[in-house]
Design a protein around this ligand. Structure first.
Ligand SMILES: C[S@@+](CC[C@H](N)C(=O)[O-])C[C@H]1O[C@@H](n2cnc3c(N)ncnc32)[C@H](O)[C@@H]1O
Length: 588
C-alpha cells in the first residue's frame, strides 16, 4: 500500500500515494480494469456470480505480466449477507480510499418501462432495487474519501425519481446519526461515446465526496489519455477475420494480412483503437470470435437490411417485406444492422438471448462475444473462458473499461485537489465571510429577489452571496443545484442560530439535492453566470469559501491553515439540518 508517485504542481512536486479501491457488484471487472488502468489499486472485487468472479480472476488476478497492479482479492460473495467487517478482516484493513460499484440495474432498465414495471407495487417490491443499500453499507463502514455508483439511466426516472432521491439523500446523511460526516453527493450522466467507446451508452453516476473533506468533484469526465472521443464502430471490429453464422473458433491466430490491408485503408482512429485500446499486440491469440447460428428465415431477413438500417426504417422507406412472424407494428425495431461509421447501439446483457439488434455491418450474422467485448473497449488480452451465452451477459453488464478509466482519472484528480486543499490552500478569493453572521448578512438581501432582479446584481455583490452559501453549506455540491428532484423535506430538528436568524435557510430543503428551497433561484443564477463566464471555475466551485466555513466550524481538524482568514468560532456547533452539515471526522 505504501506505493506512490509524485505529481508536478507549479514548481513543486507532491507525493501522492497509490489510492486503493473496492469494487462491489464487480461482474467480470469492466469497472475494475478501468480504475486499475488509471493507476489505482483494487483491494477487493466482489460479486455473487461464480462465473463473473472466475473471469475476473483469470484476467486481473493471475495476469501479473501485463504490468497492471493485480486485484488483491476477487471474492464470490452475496453482498446481502457478506458483511463489511468480514471483508475488513479478510483484507486486513478497515480503510479504503474509494468505493465503486454498479448495483444490478435490471430492476431499473428503461426497457421495462414498456411493461409498466418501473412504477407501482411490482416496482417497489423488486428486491434488486434495494441493493444500493448494500453498497452504502460498505461506504459507511470503510468511509472512503470518494464513492462512485454506476447505474442505468432508468434509475433517474424510476418510481417518479424516488430512487434517485433516496440514494442521494441516504448517502448525504450516511452515518451522521453516529457522528460520521456523510457525503457531498451529486449525480451526473456519463456518455461513453464521448469517452472513446464506439457505442451509444449513457449511464447515471452518483458520486460522493466525504463531507469533511474540502473540495468538489468537478463533474466533467475527460477521455482517458489513450482514448479518442467519438470512435466509430468500424474501428473496433473492422479487421477481425470474417466468420459465418454458427462458425468461428474460441481460439485462433489473428489474420495479420487482413489487419495490414485494413490499416492501410483506415484512418488513425482505427489504428489507435486497435493498438492503444484493444492492445492487440499483447494478446497472443484471438479468442471468443464465435458467431451464434440463426434460423434460415432470420438470415433471409438480415440480408434484406442495408448497413445502418433498422427493420422499421426498411419497412417505412423502402417497403421491405420481412418474414418474421411478430406483430410488425410493435416489433418494428426488431432487427438492426449496425453501421461501421457510427457508434454501435448499446451493448446489453440481452445479447445473451438473441443478437437481432446487433447484426454485423457487412456480414450476415449477429456479433460474436469478441466483437461485443471490443465494442465495450475490453482489450483483446481479456479472455472469456466461459460459454458464449455467459460471456455475452458479462460483457453487456460491464462498465466499459474506458469509462472506468475516465472515472478513475477524475477521482485521482479530485483526491489530489483534496490533498492540496488540505495542505496548501491559499484562500486568496476575496471577499470571504469571516463568520456565519456575516455570511447570512451578505445572503439575506438576495434571498427574495426574482430571477430578473438577480441578473442585475453586481458581480462583486453576487460573488459575496455565492461564497456565503459555500461557507454555510459545505456539504452541498453546486452541481446538485440544478437537479433538485420534486420532494421537499422539513425534518430539521435543531434550532441553532442560523435557524433563528433566517429559518428559510434551514428548511424546507430538497430531499434529493439537499439544497434549501430558498436558495434555488440564487443557485440557478450562479449557473447562468458560470456558463456565461462571469463566474470563473474556481469561483463557482468555491472550495476556499467551503474550506473557510469548515474551519470556522472546526470540521476536518487535521487541515492546516496557511491562509489569512480569521480563525472564527472553533466551538461553532452544527446550525444546519443533518442534510446540509458535515460532521467533524478523522481526516482521510
Ligand atoms: C451491472 S453488473 C456489474 C458490472 C460490473 N460493474 C462491471 O463493470 O463488469 C451487476 C452485478 O451485480 C451482481 N450481483 C447481483 N446481486 C448480487 C448480490 N446480492 N451480491 C453480490 N453481487 C450481486 C451480478 O452478479 C452482476 O455481476
Amino acid at each position: 500500500m505504501g506505493r506512490g508517485r509524485s505529481v508536478a504542481r507549479g514548481n513543486a512536486r507532491i507525493n501522492v500515494k497509490t489510492q486503493t479501491f473496492l469494487d462491489l457488484f464487480s461482474g467480470c471487472g469492466g469497472f475494475t480494469l478501468g480504475m486499475i488502468r488509471s493507476g489505482l489499486r483494487c483491494v477487493a472485487a466482489i460479486d455473487v456470480d461464480p462465473v463473473a468472479i472466475a473471469t475476473l480472476r483469470a484476467n486481473l488476478v493471475d495476469q501479473h505480466h501485463l504490468g497492471l497492479l493485480p486485484v488483491a482479492h476477487a471474492l464470490e460473495r452475496d453482498l446481502r449477507y457478506f458483511r463489511p467487517d468480514q471483508l475488513a478482516a479478510l483484507i486486513g484493513t478497515g480503510h479504503v480510499d474509494i468505493v465503486v460499484g454498479g448495483p444490478p440495474c435490471q430492476g431499473f432498465s428503461t426497457a421495462r418501462k414498456m411493461d409498466g414495471a418501473n412504477s407501482g407495487v411490482r416496482f417497489m417490491q423488486d428486491s434488486r432495487r434495494h441493493l444500493y443499500r448494500q453498497f452504502l453499507k460498505y461506504v459507511d463502514y470503510f468511509q472512503p474519501r470518494v464513492f462512485v455508483m454506476e447505474n442505468v439511466l432508468g434509475f433517474r426516472s424510476a418510481a417518479g425519481g424516488k430512487y434517485l432521491t433516496r440514494v442521494q439523500h441516504e448517502a448525504r446523511i450516511l452515518g451522521r446519526a453516529a457522528g460520521r460526516p456523510g457525503y457531498r453527493v451529486h449525480g451526473q450522466v456519463e456518455d461513453a461515446w464521448e469517452l472513446g467507446v464506439p457505442q451509444k451508452r449513457r449511464r447515471q453516476l452518483i458520486i460522493g465526496v466525504r463531507a469533511d473533506l474540502p473540495g468538489y468533484f468537478v463533474p466533467i469526465l475527460k477521455p482517458a489519455p489513450r482514448a479518442r472521443p467519438r470512435t466509430p464502430l468500424g474501428a473496433a471490429i473492422g479487421e477481425l477475420p470474417i466468420v459465418r453464422a454458427g462458425n468461428g473458433q474460441n481460439e485462433r491466430d489473428y489474420d495479420l494480412r487482413r489487419r495490414a490491408k485494413y490499416l492501410r485503408r483506415q484512418g488513425k482512429n482505427a489504428s489507435n483503437y486497435l493498438f492503444q485500446i484493444l492492445e492487440v499486440k499483447r494478446a497472443k491469440k484471438l479468442t471468443n470470435h464465435v458467431a451464434r447460428s440463426h434460423s434460415k428465415r432470420d438470415l433471409r431477413d438480415f440480408a434484406r437490411l442495408k448497413e445502418g438500417e433498422t427493420s422499421a426504417v426498411a419497412m417505412r422507406d423502402r417497403g421491405v417485406k420481412f418474414e418474421f412472424p411478430y406483430d410488425k407494428s410493435s416489433f418494428k425495431d426488431r432487427y438492426t444492422r449496425q453501421s461501421r461509421s457510427a457508434p454501435c447501439s448499446t451493448i446489453v446483457a440481452h445479447l445473451s438471448k438473441d443478437g437481432l439488434m446487433f447484426i454485423h455491418p457487412t456480414q450476415n450474422r449477429s456479433f460474436t462475444p469478441r466483437e461485443a467485448a471490443r465494442i465495450q473497449s475490453f482489450p483483446d488480452w481479456f479472455r472469456f473462458p466461459i460459454s458464449r451465452t455467459r460471456a455475452f451477459r458479462l460483457i453487456g453488464n460491464a462498465v466499459p473499461p474506458l469509462v472506468g478509466e475516465a472515472v478513475g482519472h477524475a477521482v485521482n484528480s479530485a483526491l489530489e485537489r483534496i490533498q492540496l486543499n488540505s495542505t496548501n490552500i491559499k484562500l486568496d478569493l476575496a471577499p470571504l465571510p469571516k463568520d456565519e453572521k456575516e455570511a447570512v448578512h451578505w445572503l439575506l438581501p438576495l434571498l427574495d429577489l426574482e430571477s430578473h432582479a438577480l441578473r442585475r446584481i453586481r458581480d462583486e455583490t453576487f460573488k459575496r452571496a455565492w461564497y456565503s452559501i459555500a461557507f454555510l453549506f459545505a456539504g452541498l455540491h453546486p452541481d446538485s443545484a440544478l437537479d433538485h428532484g420534486k420532494r421537499r423535506a422539513y425534518d430539521v430538528k435543531n434550532h441553532m442560530p442560523l435557524n433563528r436568524i433566517e429559518p428559510r435557510l434551514v428548511k424546507p430543503y430538497y430531499k434529493q439535492s439537499g439544497w434549501p428551497v430558498i436558495l434555488a433561484r440564487l443557485a440557478k443564477e450562479a449557473w447562468r453566470r458560470y456558463e456565461s463566464g462571469a463566474l470563473k471555475n474556481r469561483e463557482f466551485y468555491c472550495s476556499d469559501a467551503q474550506l473557510s466555513g469548515m474551519r470556522y466550524r472546526g470540521i476536518g481538524q487535521s487541515i492546516k491553515r496557511t491562509g489569512k482568514v480569521a480563525a472564527g468560532n472553533r466551538n461553532g456547533r452544527s446550525q444546519l439540518s443533518p442534510e446540509q452539515e458535515p460532521r467533524n471526522h478523522r481526516a482521510g
